[in-house]
Design a binder for this molecule. Structure first.
Ligand SMILES: Cc1cc2nc3c(=O)[nH]c(=O)nc-3n(C[C@H](O)[C@H](O)[C@H](O)COP(=O)(O)OP(=O)(O)OC[C@H]3O[C@@H](n4cnc5c(N)ncnc54)[C@H](O)[C@@H]3O)c2cc1C
Length: 307
């Protein structure tokens, strides 16, 4: 690791480079221990050079979007965290709506509104970046990212930059072809139909208000903790709610009073508190109904020490 620190210090990085950076500053749960290396490359060339240097040294590189779907261990992340935040350009070119991966979803929604293009409006108010939304195949108000995506530009594990379109069945509910691999999403092109600006604005406003009413913004969280599973017949939140678990606390982590599938950091929670609450919920639902809830939140780093 010291060797890599020296290599990185020698690369004349235009973006940010820090060591032992607390991940609590980069996750919407506001928890998580230190990353050995944190870097926010200034542009695509620097991003690829950095990831290549890190991975060639045999050190893992974790790609960070907005940190809106992450539970990072209190022990932190070994290796490098590469923050995409500076790759955030949005442009419209020949009918294509093109977003760099680090563009915040809300910024993309606002740019689409300005251009009078519909489709992204459903995603307004969802924290995170375009890259994270593609990787997660995020879904809001009945629309998945895969419903509106035209193509994705990404760097594969050999750092070849590829632009390709995907078939409908390459994606499914909260699953994308990028999960389980180490490709880096660089850019997404969306297929957005023209739509009346007033209508777009009304949808954006009503979705944001609906989220507010459901308590999405009532404290640091990562949105829904568990995926929904059609086989269970009901949304995960309804199942958890049926066990009277709203308001359940472990340490400073709490199941939201407003929505049983949203867990909140009430102030000073550790990732361990949240992890234990996740495990408790899985165990209670499994004992009551035999259903095994699947976390949607990505567990990053080592949680194996928690019994
Ligand atoms: C209040 C609130 C409400 C939410 N509501 C919803 C909702 O309605 N629907 C929904 O689907 N989700 C929702 N979420 C969860 C979250 O917003 C989404 O999952 C979002 O898409 C995560 O994007 P991100 O940029 O924050 O990704 P991160 O959390 O940073 O990363 C998620 C995963 O994507 C990978 N990744 C990110 N960017 C890249 C890239 N460029 N290349 C390769 N891999 C990458 C990361 O390595 C990680 O594995 C909500 C979260 C909050 C806090």
């Amino acid at each position: 690791m010291d060797n890599l620190r020296n290599i990185l210090k020698k690369i004349n990085i235009k973006g940010e480079l820090r060591f032992d950076e607390s991940m609590s500053m980069h996750t919407t749960f506001e928890t998580g221990g230190p990353a050995d290396i944190y870097t926010a490359p200034a542009d695509e060339d620097e991003l690829l050079a950095l990831v290549k240097a890190v991975r060639s040294a045999g050190i893992p590189a974790f790609i960070l979007g907005g940190g809106a779907n992450l539970l990072v261990s209190d022990l932190g992340i070994r290796g490098a965290v590469i923050d995409m935040k500076n790759l955030s350009a949005i442009k419209i070119d020949d009918g294509n709506f093109i977003c760099q991966a680090g563009a915040p979803v809300d910024s993309a929604c606002e740019a689409a509104l300005e251009a009078g293009l519909g489709g992204l409006d459903a995603f307004y108010g969802m924290p995170g970046t375009i890259g994270g939304a593609v990787w997660m195949n995020a879904r809001c108000y009945g629309i998945s990212v895969s419903d509106i995506i035209r193509s994705v530009k990404y760097a594969d594990s050999s750092f070849n930059c590829i632009t390709r379109s995907f078939a409908a069945d390459d994606f499914s509910y909260k699953l994308s072809p990028f999960q389980g691999g180490d490709s880096i999403i660089l850019e997404a092109v969306f297929s957005l139909p023209p739509k009346d600006r007033k209508e777009i604005k009304a949808i954006m406003h009503s979705n944001r208000e609906d989220r507010r009413a459901k308590g999405h913004y009532s404290g640091p969280s990562a949105g829904s903790v568990f995926k929904n599973n059609r086989d269970f017949g009901k949304p995960s939140g309804v199942i958890i709610d049926s066990l009277g678990m709203r308001g359940t606390k472990i340490g400073k982590a709490k199941i939201s009073d407003g929505h049983a599938n949203i867990f909140i950091n009430t102030g000073g929670a550790s990732s361990e508190d949240i992890y234990r609450l996740i495990k408790l919920t899985i165990d209670r639902v499994s004992s009551a109904y035999g259903y095994l809830l699947e976390p949607e939140v990505q567990l990053i780093g080592d949680f194996s020490y928690i019994r």
